[in-house]
Design a protein around this ligand. Structure first.
Ligand SMILES: NC(=O)c1ccc[n+]([C@@H]2O[C@H](COP(=O)([O-])OP(=O)(O)OC[C@H]3O[C@@H](n4cnc5c(N)ncnc54)[C@H](OP(=O)(O)O)[C@@H]3O)[C@@H](O)[C@H]2O)c1
Length: 336
């Protein structure tokens, strides 16, 4: 098979960036043999500078340095910031993997816009830019002729947007709902299984590294709301943004309410209802496919032909989420 070289730039080298790099190091030869592509990372940008190497960066080495908080010791470390790299270094695909700021969409929003303006395709796991300016970004991508792909923004490893694109083509999607936040699901599961308060369950989630030090985006339902926006626009053809979603988090859910639900053979889950643009704690029958435990995510897509399809799996994790990033990358390469 003839091999095509594809240059990648990674912006944001945290959990997802490193997870992606580790999987690419592992799967590089597999991708060459099966898809005829030689994926080469030519730049990795962090907040205060970048590693730049046109020949391709040794990924094992860069992951090790980053895990030791020593990326600056890399022989190709430069003070170039992410926007300098986007403007100066031509790549085929920019991977935008910076933190999500749901209020502003930044810094990812600018990274994505500038990359698309230069005609470079973007693959992102960053939900905020899409929750804030979904239709504007789609228009920009269309006008620039570059693709913007975002499977990893919702449900981590779960195939949802690409499932619709590649396996549910003739279906009319009537509704989409599900559990889109692993932290909330972990906390609610722990409260139900061990009859502990939310504070105790949350503390344990933080100790295990499941919940952020500041878990308010998760607990207040904001993270789920942003994902509802992305699914509404991409699966249900709506044109909405975060302000259109009614959001109630789980902070008022008590152990007593969970116990009462259990007596009636139900559990309480934080459900993102995409059709209704609503996020709220809801009663779910114990034998329903959306009754998944721990940090799992689960989404039911209801269609006219295939009927209900439920996808369950890890909604987070560096390596797990890279599966979605690769799905988008391979799609872009195939369409070129
Ligand atoms: N973690 C998951 O399982 C998961 C799953 C699905 C989607 N996501 C989404 O994927 C994105 C990345 O998540 P993550 O867990 O990898 O976050 P993370 O561990 O916080 O990593 C983000 C990285 O981006 C860097 N960064 C911040 N501002 C930057 C800038 N202006 N230019 C270049 N780099 C910058 C950060 O540097 P500093 O450390 O200096 O701030 C950090 O190294 C987020 O939007 C998140 O919501 C995460």
């Amino acid at each position: 098979m003839k091999t095509k070289e594809i240059n990648l730039v990674i912006i944001g080298f945290g959990v997802i960036g490193k997870g992606f790099a580790e999987v690419l190091a592992d799967k590089h030869d597999f991708l060459r043999a099966n898809y005829g592509v030689d994926l080469k990372v030519t730049a990795i940008c962090e907040r205060d500078g970048s590693v730049v190497c046109k020949k391709g960066i040794d990924l094992d080495n860069v992951v090790e340095l980053s895990l030791n908080n020593n990326l600056k010791a890399h022989e190709n470390w430069t003070t170039l910031k992410s926007l300098d790299v986007i403007n100066k270094i031509r790549s085929d695909i920019v991977l935008e993997l910076t933190p999500s700021n749901i209020e502003t969409g930044q810094p990812g929003l600018t990274h994505i816009k500038e990359s698309l303006k230069r005609g470079m395709c973007v693959v992102t796991s960053n939900k905020a830019p899409l929750a804030v300016e979904f239709s504007q970004l789609q228009k920009l991508a269309k006008n620039s002729g570059a693709e913007l792909r975002y499977e990893a923004t919702v449900g981590g490893a779960l195939p949802l947007i690409n499932l619709r694109k590649h396996a549910l083509q003739v279906n009319n999607i009537n509704s989409v709902q599900g559990i889109l936040n692993g932290t909330c699901n972990y906390v609610l599961t722990k409260m139900a299984d061990e009859y502990v308060s939310m504070d105790v369950a949350l503390k344990e989630a933080q100790n295990l590294g499941i919940a952020e030090a500041d878990p308010s985006y998760d607990i207040n339902g904001i993270d789920t709301g942003a994902k509802v926006v992305i699914l509404a626009n991409s699966l249900l053809g709506m044109d909405v943004s975060f302000k259109d979603v009614a959001v109630t988090g789980i902070s008022d859910v008590t152990t007593e309410a969970i116990e009462l639900a259990r007596k009636h053979n139900h559990v309480i889950k934080l459900i993102g209802d995409v059709e209704r643009l609503d996020v709220s704690p809801r009663l779910v029958p114990i034998n329903h496919p959306l009754n998944v435990s721990g940090t799992l995510n689960a989404v039911t897509i209801s269609t006219d032909i295939a009927r209900d399809i439920t996808v369950i799996g890890p909604g987070a994790g560096g390596k797990e989420t890279s599966s979605s990033l690769f799905s988008d990358i391979i799609d872009i390469i195939r369409s070129k």
